[in-house]
Design a protein around this ligand. Structure first.
Ligand code: ADP
Ligand code: MG
Length: 756
């Protein structure tokens, strides 16, 4: 019986403990606490004395706090908390010889620990307290430091009196995700009490018996015991393997059920016609489709012809030609009498799509206000929030009346007063900027569920696709169109070669003299702002965490434009700024002038990151490139080398060679394979970032599963889930699994499933 899991905690551990658990962990039921797993395990043997900590390796140490101080950072928003710790381990010489500047730092047996926005560290790591720290020790500016480590206050000694010392040394110490007021040790104690009072053997198992037998998994009861109170090394691994699989199966079953539900919905079939706009379009295409484009096109054509909605994710390398594939799908829908909407993440990109789709369609497109829907052309309409009222109203009328066959826009398309006559297909471009709510708002704009095509800006690893976009079928475009020129990428280190600063501009001049154009990308708009960053996009670098170097002045669009106006190498060159805070009319005018090859050098923020397509641009200069993430850099450089002209990308940095943040730049310079880079990128990020914004505030929705590490678990679970849901769509014969899914899908996690 799983009623036991729903039982109030007070019934099993007493009122007082239950109140504490509810207050600090928000957990009220037996099942909730049983499933509150340790985050990791330590064995006493693993502890490293501070005097012997190795560089660049994960270490765990128990230490006492000597001092704690917090200050504002100079180069960016936020605070830095420095904590000096000691384990009193070394009166002998500290071979690493740190020479810090803080009280206590630099003394052998002590270590400086830095926290970026470390509110918990500030509040908890008070002088005299003992805690367990784990993280990677690095050396910066000659002293050793531990940056943003995990830590765990130790208010009581974990040692169990009277235990055989050898057994004790081997016994893993479970470390629970704790809070400021409730330590891991107290949680551990309460859970031990729970394990003593609950009859675990009555619990139903969400894992089907055949799966458990095949994988030789522990029974649920024993797994709960071993995950919380492992006795010997190896215990918790076996328990964890089982729960990890369970988590994957629950997640994949939820996704499989959602796929089945979506597939059961009724959509309008949009079958291809023999002599429509699509046929005419294919006839006038100036190039041949790549094999990948044809294959994906065929899949889309078939799915659009069904009367159940297409739900497909199209992944492709930067420049692989996703837009044409989407456009052809849109034309099929238009030919069949429906409308298509294309959603872009920014106004710049929406306007670019509008221009380039009209250009690509040529005589097949109409923008005019006159004339009804002819069979030989399609009206393409732009609808964005910043359009003048009259134009905007006209665009809305055209969408509502069906005059507009293709409507291109930003989230403005989602506002309540926009309606469509017969919306048949939604294409979401560069998906990572779009949330669930937006997608659902758009779907709600059609009387029957429209077909949906989601395109990612960068390729993502297979397992990420299977989890984050698990309710969508996936297609991949893995080849670039022929004649695509290679992009060569170079790291320009100004720290070791200050003279190269001038060389960048003479290099730009050479490109421009050869008739080409140049992008210059800056991390900031003006002298005193944070640029077009969304928060958390770039990790703070060690230099900033360190905070005691001179504050670094980052390149800003305004300062660079000013500088370039006085730069002799660029005398007479037309330079224009572009950034997110400009008036939209100015923005589109600037883009138009760059597209028309009037503006030769564009200085911008990352507004050009996605999708902007100017064939004549051959050089991309990214200033303070260390401020950008790997995927961002890869996207940015994809803006050049598009028109058969070889592209060059210069990643300019003032950081010293060997600085940790330069590793990202080296990675980007080393390969142009987007899959490889996104894997690398995701490794450097936290799991929460993979799962998206809704998770980033709290803990990751996934407890034991790591999408990058557990590929085989995820694919196996996906197959099992597919099979289970196909045989038992209502999960009536899998009630424990159904219940586990229900628990899994609290509203926040539901949002996670619907992402896409
Ligand atoms: P992305 O996948 O990054 O969105 P785009 O759709 O913007 O790529 O395509 C990049 C460029 O390649 C566009 O200028 C497009 O016209 C061109 N292109 C697309 N398909 C082909 C092809 N089969 N052959 C040649 N050029 C192509
Ligand atoms: Mg694109």
């Amino acid at each position: 019986m799983n009623a036991e899991l729903d039982l109030g905690l007070e019934r099993r551990i007493g009122k007082r403990s239950a109140a504490v658990i509810e207050k600090h962990l928000g957990i009220t039921t037996v099942g909730g606490l049983l499933n509150y797993f340790p985050r990791r395990y330590l064995s006493r043997g693993e502890l490293t004395p501070i005097s012997e900590v190795p560089l660049d390796e994960e270490v765990t140490l128990i230490a006492r706090v000597v001092s704690n101080s917090t200050r504002a950072m100079r180069a960016r928003r936020g605070t830095l908390t420095d904590v000096v710790i000691t384990d009193d381990s070394a009166t002998k010489h500290n071979s690493q010889g740190s020479a810090g500047r803080l009280p206590g730092a630099g003394v052998p047996g002590t270590l400086k620990v830095s926290f970026f926005n470390g509110y918990r560290a500030k509040a908890e790591l008070l002088p005299g307290r003992r805690a367990l720290f784990s993280g990677k020790v690095t050396r910066y500016a000659g002293s050793l430091s531990l940056t943003n480590p995990d830590f765990q206050l130790l208010d009581e000694d974990p040692d169990t009196p009277g235990m055989d010392p050898e057994k004790l040394a081997a016994m893993p110490i479970p470390i629970y995700p704790a809070t400021a007021k409730l330590t891991s040790w107290s949680i551990q104690k309460v859970i031990s009490t729970l394990l003593d009072t609950v009859d675990l053997d009555v619990l139903d198992d969400p894992l089907p018996a055949d799966v458990s037998a095949r994988e030789k998994f522990l029974p649920a009861a024993e797994a709960y015991r071993l995950i919380h109170t492992p006795q010997v090394p190896g215990d918790w691994q076996r328990a964890r393997d089982r729960f990890r699989y369970q988590e994957a199966l629950v997640l994949q079953s939820a996704l499989a059920r959602r796929r089945a539900q979506l597939a059961a919905e009724e959509a309008t079939a949009r079958r291809p016609v023999t002599d429509g706009i699509l046929t005419a379009f294919d006839r006038q295409l100036p190039f041949t489709l790549t094999a990948g484009q044809s294959a994906v096109g065929k899949t889309l054509a078939e799915e659009l012809s069904q009367d159940s909605p297409m739900n497909r994710l199209l992944q492709g390398e930067v420049g692989s030609g996703k837009t044409i594939v989407a456009l052809r799908a849109m034309l099929q829908v238009v030919d069949a009498g429906g409308q298509a909407a294309l959603l872009a993440p920014t106004e710049v990109l929406a306007a670019q799509h509008f221009e380039s789709i009209r250009r690509t369609l040529g005589p097949l497109s109409r923008v005019g206000l006159l004339g009804g829907s002819g069979p030989d052309s399609v009206q393409v309409t732009l609808l964005t929030g910043s359009m003048p009222t009259a134009a905007r109203r006209q665009a809305m009328l055209d969408a509502a009346s069906g005059t507009a066959g293709i409507v291109i826009g930003t989230h403005a398309l989602l506002s309540d007063n926009v309606s469509f006559y017969d919306l048949g297909l939604i294409v979401v471009d560069e998906q990572h900027r779009f949330g669930v709510e937006q997608r659902d708002a758009l779907r709600a704009k059609a009387s029957k569920p429209p077909h949906l095509l989601v395109m990612t800006a960068t390729p993502i690893p297979r397992t990420v696709a299977m989890t984050v976009f698990g309710d969508l079928e996936t297609s991949v475009l893995d080849e670039l169109p022929a004649g695509r020129a290679p992009i060569s990428t170079h790291v320009v280190g100004l720290a070791e070669n200050p003279g190269w600063a001038g060389r960048i501009w003479s290099r730009s001049r050479e490109e421009i003299d050869a008739g080409h154009q140049v992008y210059v990308v800056c991390p900031k708009i003006g002298e005193d702002d944070d640029g077009d960053f969304s928060p958390g996009e770039a990790e703070p670098s060690a230099a900033e965490l360190e905070g005691d170097g001179p504050a670094r002045e980052l390149a800003s669009v305004t300062a660079v434009v000013e500088h370039l106006n006085d730069e002799p190498a660029l005398a007479g060159v037309s330079v224009a700024p572009l950034h997110g805070r400009q008036d939209p009319v100015l923005k589109s005018a600037t883009m138009a002038s760059f597209t028309a090859n009037e503006t030769k050098l564009l200085v911008s923020t990352t507004v050009i990151e996605v999708g902007v397509d100017v064939h004549n641009a051959t050089l991309m200069v990214i200033l303070d490139a260390d401020r950008f993430g790997i995927s961002q850099l890869h996207q940015l450089r994809g803006r050049v080398g598009r028109g058969g002209l070889p592209g060059t990308c210069l990643l300019v940095t003032t950081l010293e060679p060997g600085h940790p943040s330069r590793r990202r730049l080296d990675a980007v310079a080393a390969t142009t394979d987007g899959f490889e880079l996104s894997q690398e990128d995701l490794k450097l990020r936290r799991e929460g970032d993979i799962l998206g914004a809704s998770q980033s505030g709290g803990r990751s929705a996934l407890k034991l599963l790591r999408v990058l590490e557990h590929e085989s678990v995820i694919s196996k679970a996906r197959q099992d889930a597919q099979r289970i849901v196909a045989r038992d769509p209502g999960l009536t014969e899998h009630s424990a699994l159904a219940k586990a899914i229900e628990e899994y899908l609290n509203p926040e996690k539901e949002a996670f499933l619907e992402r896409g």
